[in-house]
Ligand binder design. Structure first.
Ligand code: NAD
Length: 478
């Protein structure tokens, strides 16, 4: 099948831009070059900013019901193109094609949710202290947006920014990952085909640091939204500070999973292993620190290993494959380093722990037991298919260990004790907590972290609000 034609989208026109530069896009399962993504020149970036400014005026003045209609038309086009887009997503990112299709379903749901919610960007009337005065609080779109997103969810990462911005009435310049550009381009084509006015959505690619420095130096862009790692998030926030741009930061996590002795241990292990290897563990809310209460720790680890052994690893285009490759060669070395360090620190390697084959960036689903607290993997985000399991004795101890890191994205617990669940909800330092499931991401609920995992949720009414600003208007005698 043909991979997506990779182009920039600037002011409603798809093109290769004017730099003459590009870089190869690699299929991580085969290491084959599947396309070349063009780099935007400085002039292209300036044109994209100017287009976003013009597009903003048009889109802001478009009634929310009409914006919703165009976004809904886009959702229908994406539905029609889903099968082809899923294959492209697998080619560029590696996840199994069924998982890619599910990601696109979620992508479409997020688009629809923001489209609808944009109709409800309500303000309020506040009773005045002065007779005859009317006090209004209104919400208006914050302005043209700059967005940068990582490669792990080529559809969802993009739509969370684009639909949030467009739902609120903002325009956007987005740089998706150069490693997975095809899905972003396909989404952009759907928007243009649905009749989105020129300049409302602009897509650029290039050397990430050059593009972000260029865009964030321009005071006409009024908001930054980023999904990626903590160090890059901090760097971009510093750049955005010069123009006091508002920021939304969706950064990394190191999500604890706390399994108490009263839980259904077998079920918890099955569910945990299923979620752990989704997207080969390259998920910001992936479960990454397993704390299991002493008396059930061995039972949990054994069941987890049994489930791990059943995970079929391979090319995501092949039938029955449950886990694809890592995104790039660099991630293989990082995984090996985590595993070797854990074993050297005294952890027991129960399964996996090595690269698979020598073509494609495949790493075995890996389980480590009795992992000491000071092992690197218990402190740094693994972002891969390695599950470190440790045990704990008491509630207070495990909460302190779970809260120890500066991350605070997702957290999970398995217990049938309502009081424990309530105490945990109160005490856990995380933006999200799921008890007896791994459900933390839906279109209509806020998704986001605290502390170094970032701030400013996506999804839910909070997600729309991130693209709105407040205006207070008083009127007398009118
Ligand atoms: P990375 O930090 O180098 O890159 C992450 C993403 O940010 C990439 O898509 C990259 O293109 C982009 N990026 C990098 N520098 C940038 C810059 N100066 N300006 C704009 N964008 C820039 O890391 P990586 O090796 O590609 O991915 C692994 C790490 O990324 C993990 O440790 C994980 O923490 C993080 N990550 C987080 C998420 C998330 O959803 N929070 C998603 C993907 C990756």
């Amino acid at each position: 099948m043909a991979y997506e034609k990779l182009e920039l989208l600037i002011n409603g026109k798809f093109s290769a831009g004017t730099s003459g530069k590009s870089e190869p896009v690699i299929n991580p399962a085969t290491e084959e070059v599947i396309g070349h993504v063009p780099h935007a020149s400085a002039a292209d970036l300036d044109e994209a900013i100017a287009a976003a400014c013009d597009g903003f005026k048009v889109w802001k003045a478009t009634p929310a019901v009409q914006r919703q209609a165009i976004m809904e038309a886009t959702a229908r086009i994406l539905e029609d193109r889903k099968a082809e887009m899923a294959e492209n997503l697998t080619l560029e990112m590696g996840k199994p094609v069924g998982e890619a299709a599910m990601e696109l379903d979620f992508t479409i749901s997020v688009l629809r949710w923001y489209a609808e919610e944009g109709k409800r960007a309500y303000g309020r009337l506040v009773p005045a202290r002065v007779p005859g005065m009317r006090q209004m609080v209104t919400k208006e779109p914050v302005g043209p947006v700059a967005a940068f997103v990582a490669w792990n969810f080529p559809g969802v990462n993009v739509i969370r920014k684009v639909a949030g911005a467009l739902g609120a009435g903002c325009s956007i310049v987005i740089k998706a990952s150069e490693e997975t550009p095809g899905t972003c381009v396909a989404i952009a084509r759907a928007f243009q085909d649905a009749g989105l006015p020129d300049g409302v959505l602009n897509v650029v690619f290039g050397v990430p640091d050059e593009v972000s420095r260029h865009l964030l130096a321009d005071p006409r862009l009024r908001k930054l939204s980023f999904t990626g790692s903590v160090p890059i998030g901090k760097h971009l926030q510093r750049l955005a500070a010069d123009n006091l741009m508002r920021c939304t930061m969706e950064l990394g996590g190191h999500s604890p999973v706390i399994v108490f002795d009263d839980a259904d241990v077998q079920k918890a292990a099955q569910m945990a292993a299923g979620f752990k290897y989704r997207n080969a563990g390259q998920v910001c809310v992936s479960p990454t620190r397993f704390f299991v209460q002493d008396s059930v720790a061995d039972e949990f680890a054994d069941a987890f290993v049994d489930a791990t052994k059943k995970v079929k690893v391979g090319n995501g285009m092949d039938d029955g494959v449950a886990m694809g490759p890592l995104i790039g060669e660099r991630r293989l070395g990082i995984m090996q380093d985590f595993v070797d360090d854990a074993v050297a620190s005294g952890a027991e390697l129960m399964h996996g722990g090595e690269r698979m084959g020598n073509q494609g960036y495949f790493y075995t689903p890996t389980v480590l037991k009795n992992v000491p607290e000071d092992a690197k993997i218990m402190n740094e985000e693994p972002f891969g298919p390695v599950a470190p399991i440790a045990s704990f004795e008491s509630f207070d101890e495990v909460v302190a260990r779970a809260n120890k890191l500066m991350f605070g994205l997702a957290s999970y617990a398995f217990t049938n004790d309502g009081a424990r669940a309530a105490a945990l909800a109160d005490q856990i330092e995380a933006g999200m907590l799921a008890v007896n499931s791994f459900v933390v991401s839906t279109p209509e609920t806020p998704f986001g972290g605290i502390n170094e995992s970032g701030y400013g949720a996506e999804g839910g009414i909070e997600g729309l609000d991130a693209y709105l600003r407040t205006k207070f208007v008083t009127e007398v005698g009118v």
